[in-house]
Design a protein around this ligand. Structure first.
Ligand code: UDX
Length: 422
């Protein structure tokens, strides 16, 4: 099939490359010329496991990239993968969605070939029918050969290619069968459950899924805080809880909370949506509240061990929002470092990949290119990211004045670290 993917960011790039791997002819459209050149010359503009190999196999062949929308005219499907950043009030900002929809519509003016505009971006329920449909239809001069679908993504950073190729499920929302069937044919050889819904339900499934996962994490963190007061290990407790198949063992790892480009943004957007409909989302508000408190709790524990933090040298290990990425968006290390700076701490940070990104946020702290460097002469240490390599640290902590180590993620394998909530 011929497919145009609008947006060469994280979701668009993975979607385009994976569909090319499935044998489709894909054009990725983006305004960023550098990104376009990178894709066309098989250089991945972001790091994602398996992406480089996919680009090497398909770039310049059945995977092209362009700044123009011309490919839409020849495509049977266009897939909107542009960003929906969080606006000032916590709602999703839809300006990129609107502009993508209008550009697609303009290309489809007078086209006689049936074309389905598919939204993959995470958008508030009602966006496809209420905003995308009118924008495309008006720009296309009400071309009757256009259908619409909503096909949310559930990709995790770091393993997005594998998540795309081996999903737990595919959700396809459409208000007419023909559009949904065409999008479903993209997944004909995936051998997994395909759930067909209406447009609005598909949009809501994405928000509800991310909010549920975030709820599991905040729940574990709250149970962890209670466990700590009993002097017991929340990991042992949640292992027992997760063995119930109705609960599942995943996303029950307690610690300093969730970050990243999706969970905080999507839970906030769902709260905003609920309020706009007169519903008070009590549980979701608490999910965010727990997540705000966790990174500050770790500082409280540090204070209990060290007293006044003013003038103390503290090592922060891990700056990325999770391991195996340089992404610091909504990383729990940010509020923790902010608080340390407020307390007058001399912060020494190390992350295997994210030092450079964090320098833009906190230029005033000291960065090291090894954990040992950050730990040298430190009065205390906080572990904020679950980097697998941190599990091998031990002797490095001997460089500290005294081994005062507070773990915000269960990753160390030394007996003398204190857990944030275990
Ligand atoms: C998430 C969703 O998993 C994915 O389906 C969606 O499409 C995008 O958002 P991602 O943001 O890449 O993916 O990261 P994920 O691996 O889910 O972790 C998110 C955050 O939760 C990280 O900060 C991680 O450290 C934290 N986390 C995760 C926990 O604190 N405990 C857990 O048990 C799991």
């Amino acid at each position: 099939m011929k497919i145009s993917v609008v947006g060469g960011g994280y979701v668009g790039l993975i979607t385009g490359a994976c569909l090319a791997e499935k044998g489709h002819h894909v054009t990725i459209i983006d305004i960023d010329k550098e990104k376009i050149n990178a894709i066309n010359s098989a250089r991945p503009p972001i790091y994602e496991k398996g992406l480089e190999e996919l680009l090497a196999r398909h770039s310049g062949k059945n995977l092209l990239a362009s700044t123009g929308y011309e490919s839409v005219r020849d495509s049977e499907i266009s897939i909107i993968c542009v960003g929906t950043p969080m606006g000032e009030d916590g709602s999703a900002d839809l300006k990129y969605i609107v502009s993508a929809a209008e550009s697609i519509g303009r290309e489809l003016k007078n086209s006689g070939v049936y074309h389905v505009v598919t939204v993959k971006s995470t958008v508030p329920p009602g966006t496809t029918s209420g905003i995308v449909v009118p924008a495309v239809m008006s720009a296309s001069g009400n071309n009757p050969n256009i259908g619409f679908a909503m096909n949310p993504e559930f990709l995790r950073e770091g393993i997005a290619v594998d998540d795309f190729m081996n999903p737990d499920r595919v959700v396809i929302g459409s208000d007419d069968k023909k559009s949904g069937d065409l999008v479903e044919s993209l997944y004909s050889d995936f051998n997994i459950r395909i759930l067909r819904t209406g447009l609005v339900s598909a949009e809501m499934i994405k928000y509800a899924s991310n909010s549920f996962l975030a709820t599991k994490i905040s729940f574990s963190n709250e149970v962890g805080n209670i466990c700590k007061s009993f002097g017991i290990d929340v990991y042992e407790v949640m292992e027992g809880v997760g063995l119930d198949h109705r609960i599942s063992p995943y996303f029950l790892n307690a610690g300093c909370g969730f970050g990243g480009s999706c969970f905080p943004k999507d839970v906030s957007a769902l709260i905003h949506l609920a309020k706009s409909k007169g519903v008070d989302p009590v549980l979701l508000r608490s999910v965010l509240k727990v997540n705000e408190v966790q990174p500050l709790l770790i500082i409280e524990i540090l204070k209990k061990r060290l007293g006044d933090l003013n003038g103390k040298r503290i090592a922060v290990l891990g700056l990325a929002f999770k391991g195996d990425t340089d992404d610091i968006r909504d990383s729990r290390a940010v509020p923790a470092i902010e608080r340390l700076i407020m307390e007058g701490v001399d912060v020494h940070a190390f992350d295997p990949m994210a030092n450079e990104n964090m320098k833009a946020v906190f230029p005033e702290i000291t960065y090291h290119d090894s954990a040992a460097g950050a730990l040298e002469n430190a009065d205390g240490c906080l572990v904020m990211t679950e980097w697998p390599e941190f599990s091998r640290l031990d002797k490095e902590f001997d460089k500290m004045k005294k081994r005062v180590i507070i773990e915000g993620r269960r990753i160390l394998s030394i007996p003398d670290a204190e857990g944030i909530c275990w």
